[in-house]
Design a protein around this ligand. Structure first.
Ligand SMILES: [Zn+2]
Length: 111
């Protein structure tokens, strides 16, 4: 998947996001009211999206690492330590946010 100009969920503009890591381009949907999606691609890698990150709530994030085929849910809330749970990897369908969240929530029930 190439880094899109528009959000795959809502067709809103994808705007540049500050990347903590050099050598990557990071974009997020500008309309973060119902969904908070961030796409990350390595620079010089033909703009191929390598990481898809969606915030599930104030402290929880799900991230798909497409290259390594890892799907992980991270929970961070001070003073609780960061916890990471691995889910069975699946390719996220970015065309329908609600059905993707239903699928994710089903997996989360079994953590
Ligand atoms: Zn969007």
């Amino acid at each position: 998947m190439k880094m899109p100009l528009e959000c795959p969920f809502c067709s809103g503009p994808m705007i540049n996001d500050f990347a903590h890591v050099t050598g990557v381009q990071q974009k997020r949907c500008d309309k973060q009211i119902t969904h908070n999606v961030q796409l990350i691609a390595r620079k010089g890698d033909n703009d191929t999206v390598n990481i898809i990150r969606i915030r599930l709530g104030p402290y929880r994030t799900i991230e798909w690492n497409l290259g390594n085929q890892i799907c992980a849910v991270t929970y961070v809330k001070y003073p609780v330590k960061k916890t990471v749970d691995l889910l069975p990897f699946f390719m996220p369908d970015l065309t329908d946010y609600n059905s993707l969240m239903e699928k994710v929530n089903t997996y989360l029930l079994f953590l």
